[in-house]
Design a protein around this ligand. Structure first.
Ligand SMILES: Nc1ncnc2c1ncn2[C@@H]1O[C@H](COP(=O)(O)OP(=O)(O)OP(=O)(O)O)[C@@H](O)[C@H]1O
Ligand SMILES: [Mg+2]
Length: 282
């Protein structure tokens, strides 16, 4: 009995151990960044369209109150999102919307200020809110969940960080993003997931500009093998979003598409090959 009591006290101090908490079988990727506008939603949508494991589906979930991810996946009709489905018994599986290239999306949704306040409060009170919702979707080990987040260490990105098997930190080749790397590393260290992989992606890299090339060298030197992808500057991303097109179908030969496919291959290898030999953080 004394062992059991000791265990109970331990749980009270540290929360439930990972093995006892209900977790989804799906692979979960959180896309985060220190600065805004660096391409999180673009890359979340790009991976949702290209990252496919045999027998599996990809579900992109928007944790950003801007509610922009569904537009990146060609979904224009308003639909209920997390803000309407915040209660623990809400069925997230039934509210997934079909997006470009066989992707599925659960939007953040739109609501009144008070709805957003209530959701925020719920997340502050229950650090496991997202993990429990993901577990209740009954996904398989072949499925992938991609979490798009607002920039910075918000209550939304904290939930994503706690639920993720792989964290992808988006940066761009500029001074502000470089200076934010230390803050980002400190925040990532707060993740309670011991088996979590954390990697970086450099976006909007412009090899026609000497400054961008130099910044690219600095990022590569600093991040080493943790930099798993570079996406070059390609204005087709912006045009596709504006015209509601799927870049993958519309311009598959574009450099943006090629870079997304190559990132998708690297992410697939990290998630679906033996993860134990690849763990690593900065
Ligand atoms: N590699 C790229 N080349 C050119 N434009 C890009 C690239 N990646 C993203 N963009 C454009 O940059 C803008 C911002 O991208 P996006 O919305 O994905 O950033 P975000 O990090 O999600 O922003 P926020 O912090 O506001 O959520 C969009 O107009 C997008 O089309
Ligand atoms: Mg975004």
């Amino acid at each position: 009995m004394s062992d059991l009591l000791r265990e109970l006290n331990q749980v009270r101090r540290d929360g439930l151990p990972e093995t006892i908490r209900k977790r989804t079988k799906a692979k979960v990727i959180a896309i985060v960044s220190a600065n805004g506008g660096v391409g999180k939603s673009t890359i979340a949508a790009g991976l949702a369209k290209t990252l496919r494991h045999p027998g599996g589906r990809v579900i992109a979930i928007d944790l950003d109150p801007q509610n922009a991810l569904s537009s990146h996946l060609g979904i224009t009709r308003p639909a209920p999102g997390l803000i309407q489905l915040k209660e623990q018994d809400a069925d997230w599986g039934a509210h997934r919307l079909p997006g470009f290239s066989d992707s599925e999306c659960l939007p953040f949704g739109t609501g009144e200020l008070n709805d957003r306040r209530l959701l925020r409060q719920m997340l502050l009170e229950d650090a496991d809110w997202l993990s429990q919702h993901l577990a209740s979707m009954h996904l398989s080990e072949n499925d992938t969940v991609i979490l798009d987040t607002p920039s910075g260490a918000t209550v939304y990105s904290q939930q994503a960080l706690d639920a993720a098997d792989l964290v992808l930190v988006m940066t761009v080749a500029d001074a502000a993003s470089y200076l934010a790397l230390d803050t980002m590393t400190q925040w990532l260290e707060t993740s309670p997931r011991r088996a979590q992989q954390q990697r970086y992606v450099l976006n909007q890299w412009d090899d026609s500009r000497a400054f961008s090339r130099d910044m690219g060298v600095l990022f590569r030197r600093r991040l080493g093998a943790n930099l798993i992808g570079t996406i070059r500057l390609d204005h087709q991303f912006n045009e596709s979003l504006a015209y509601g097109r799927d870049l993958l179908q519309h311009a598959p030969e574009s450099i943006g598409c090629q870079d997304i496919l190559s990132l998708s291959g690297a992410v697939h290898a990290l998630l679906f090959t033996d993860a134990s030999s690849q763990q690593g953080t900065l």
